[in-house]
Write a protein that binds this ligand. Sequence first.
Ligand SMILES: NC(=O)c1ccc[n+]([C@@H]2O[C@H](COP(=O)([O-])OP(=O)(O)OC[C@H]3O[C@@H](n4cnc5c(N)ncnc54)[C@H](OP(=O)(O)O)[C@@H]3O)[C@@H](O)[C@H]2O)c1
Length: 300
Amino acid sequence: MPAIVMDGRAVSELLMPEVRRNAAELRDRYGYVPALAAILVGSDPASRQYVRNKHRLAQELGCRSEVVEIEAEKASTESLLATIERLNNDRAITGILLQLPVPAHVDQFALFDAIAPEKDVDAVGADAVIGFYRGQWGRFIPCTPRGVLTLLSYYKVPVSGKRAVVIGRSDIAGKPTALILGGRMCNATVTWCHRHTQDLASICREADILVSCVGANVGRPYLITADMIKPGACVIDVGFRRIGPGRFAGDVDFDAVSRVAGWLTPNPGGTGPMTVIALMQNLLDAARYQLGLGRINYSI
Ligand SMILES: NC(=O)c1ccc[n+]([C@@H]2O[C@H](COP(=O)([O-])OP(=O)(O)OC[C@H]3O[C@@H](n4cnc5c(N)ncnc54)[C@H](OP(=O)(O)O)[C@@H]3O)[C@@H](O)[C@H]2O)c1
């Protein structure tokens, strides 16, 4: 039987009425219109596309959204710190998103930690990290793992007690996903892999849940092939890279893996839309925190 397709577009559409209702409640009951500020450094086409998608969805929900564009050559840690400081002090801004990657000469950790914790909707600052490091939700969960958790929940994939393998250790994708799946919120047993991992294939074959957050060219068409999958496993493809003009690929060989896996995300159309809707969920939570209200619990 082919794998169940974990359709991120469909699940995010299912969530939309709830998200829209919560945005409307903030506006109609509290007179509060959440506002997202995205900082985009440089002209990377993928980053521009991600920011465009986030900006469009925020507006669709009736939120305000501003994109602060900075040329890569003009960006320095100091100038970006000043931008973040301005947005921190702007009472009209609810959430701040620093679109990654930033140029290598910029100290991204200094920027993460400069974002006011109550506006850190991408959950990159030390304050947010402590929450999921300790196995708690905290204020915010980073958008990609939040979207992954929603997909796992919607498709009723068993997680507690299962073997999970997470590939990648960035601060927005692999690292928080590994910590959250292995933490007390999910109780999976996690093996965490990266560029230096030896015999990745045999580690992957042990996974009941495999999350690949790589997106790099690994010298073959796909990092994850069907022979690396335990029959019936859940395979979540986060990696996304441009392979030619207007052509993109994920980490996973979808067609072949779908004949072995139990669940599988398409790419595009899997984790991407879930990450964007998770950002909106975090933005609404940020607005509620600023009004002294609690986090929203969604039905999925
Ligand atoms: N779907 C979504 O919503 C979404 C959201 C965020 C990111 N993404 C995509 O996910 C991908 C990763 O993004 P990121 O920000 O996490 O990137 P990143 O910081 O470049 O991290 C990539 C990770 O992949 C590891 N890696 C590279 N080559 C490998 C190999 N051959 N075997 C095993 N591991 C390898 C790296 O290991 P080292 O640590 O050892 O270098 C690193 O930890 C990108 O394609 C990005 O576009 C998608």
